[in-house]
Ligand binder design. Structure first.
Ligand SMILES: *Cc1c(COP(=O)(O)O)cnc(C)c1O
Length: 394
């Protein structure tokens, strides 16, 4: 299951939208299917990926982590070295270039923590497109530095004051804008979710991560046993998993936000939590943290990028079929992973990526990681390291 079947991944996905949004979605699908096979488009994209994003990103061998923990050799794909600091730019550039080919002059995007808005603002500046970013008013206040950076790139940041004034309200507002302005406007959705064709489009532009990993591993004779990625909406994970889906010798592991525990309101665990269910939200069918009436329930995570109630439909399907294994990583485990890799490898993970780090270590030697965690948590009880959590979440 690498591409959708008419927008569906098994029973998940689809295009459950108001009539008015169908037209732009259909236009987008047609354009995407055309340009993704157009050699000129692909060459233009390749050059931007190389010279602007800075691809390929390194596949870093983590020698100290490997030695300390025993078991498998640990490699880290350094997507944080991509221009603007995360993988989001892969999708933002791809969609903005596509929009430009479609003759659009205006780009809109939603953003929560600000990372996707920032990447889209940069992509628009690079490609000469007008950019409007919808952001919940609460997030605008929480993420001032990202707002300032988006504005530096020339984007207009619009605070959304409806609902809970966070990410899902920003999505609704962007959809509303798109419905009225699609003649000249493209909506750059930020993760591998939403109504078809977005999950297929976002996966395609993010698959460069996995393609590079596969090539880099082959060049260095690395035999990949498992690929671990953190899962918010699911764009970096589906991007790195895709070239390995058919290769059944490679375990694929998704790390979701376990927050502070397994109960309602304590996490953002759509696949492993006992507070999630199937539903149709914001145009697609998947697993969500919603109640029986389909109303969203509170989520919680130390990491803003994983703190989301939905998961991309393809990952939900791959999870239910068993091809992708999911695990929930607690806030405190992610924090320990940040410290572990910072001290031992000189690599400072984002809190999101740290969930993957924490999930990767125990895959082959769980007892080693447990030992390490136990010792660290004991230290934590006794000193002020606890404040690290607060500092890092700012
Ligand atoms: C946004 C973000 C995520 C979560 O988004 P996905 O679509 O699940 O990839 C994870 N890691 C980082 C560093 C991010 O910026």
């Amino acid at each position: 299951m690498i591409t959708s079947n008419n927008g569906f991944f098994d029973k998940f996905g689809g295009k459950y939208v108001a009539e008015i949004i169908r037209r732009p979605l259909d236009d987008l699908e047609a354009a995407f299917n055309k340009y993704i096979h157009d050699p000129e488009f692909l060459e233009e994209l390749r050059i931007i990926q190389r010279d602007y994003i800075g691809r390929e990103t390194p596949l870093y061998f983590a020698p100290t982590a490997t030695e300390l923990l025993g078991g498998a050799q640990i490699y880290i794909k350094l997507e944080g070295l991509a221009n603007t600091g995360a993988h989001k730019i892969n999708n933002a550039i791809g969609q903005c270039l596509l929009a430009k080919k479609m003759g659009k002059t205006r780009i809109i995007a939603e953003t929560g923590a600000g990372q996707h808005g920032l990447a889209t603002a940069a992509a628009c500046a690079k490609l000469g497109l007008e950019c409007v970013v919808y952001m919940g008013e609460v997030d605008v206040r929480r993420q001032q530095p990202n707002v300032a950076t988006m504005e530096m790139y020339g984007a207009k940041v619009v605070p959304v004051t409806s609902g809970s004034r966070t990410l899902k309200d920003a999505v609704n507002e962007a959809m509303r804008d798109w419905a009225t302005n699609f003649q000249n406007t493209h909506y750059v959705l930020g993760s591998a979710l939403g109504p078809a064709p977005f999950p297929d489009i976002v996966r395609t532009f993010q698959s460069i991560i996995g393609e590079e990993v596969k090539r880099q591993a082959a060049e260095r004779n690395i035999d990949i046993a498992a690929v671990v990625a953190c899962v918010g909406g699911g764009s970096n994970s589906i991007g790195v998993f895709t070239p390995f889906i058919e290769d059944k010798n490679v375990r694929l592991i998704g790390a979701e936000a376990g927050g502070i525990g397994p109960n309602v309101g304590e996490n953002a665990a759509r696949m492993t939590g006992n507070a999630s269910r199937e539903g149709i939200v914001q145009g697609y069918k998947s697993r969500f943290l919603i109640d029986e009436d389909g109303q969203s329930m509170p989520t919680r995570s130390i990491s803003a990028g994983l703190d989301y109630m939905g998961i991309g439909p393809q990952l939900a399907a791959l999870g239910e079929s068993g091809r992708v294994e999911f695990t929930a990583v607690l806030d405190k485990e992610a924090l320990e992973a940040v410290k572990f890799f910072a001290r031992n490898e000189g690599i400072l993970f984002a809190l999101e990526s740290a969930h993957a780090g924490a999930a990767a270590i125990p895959v082959f030697r769980p007892e080693k990681w447990k030992e390490f965690l136990k010792a660290e948590l004991k230290r934590l009880e006794n000193n002020e390291d606890i404040h690290d959590a607060e500092i890092m979440n700012k």
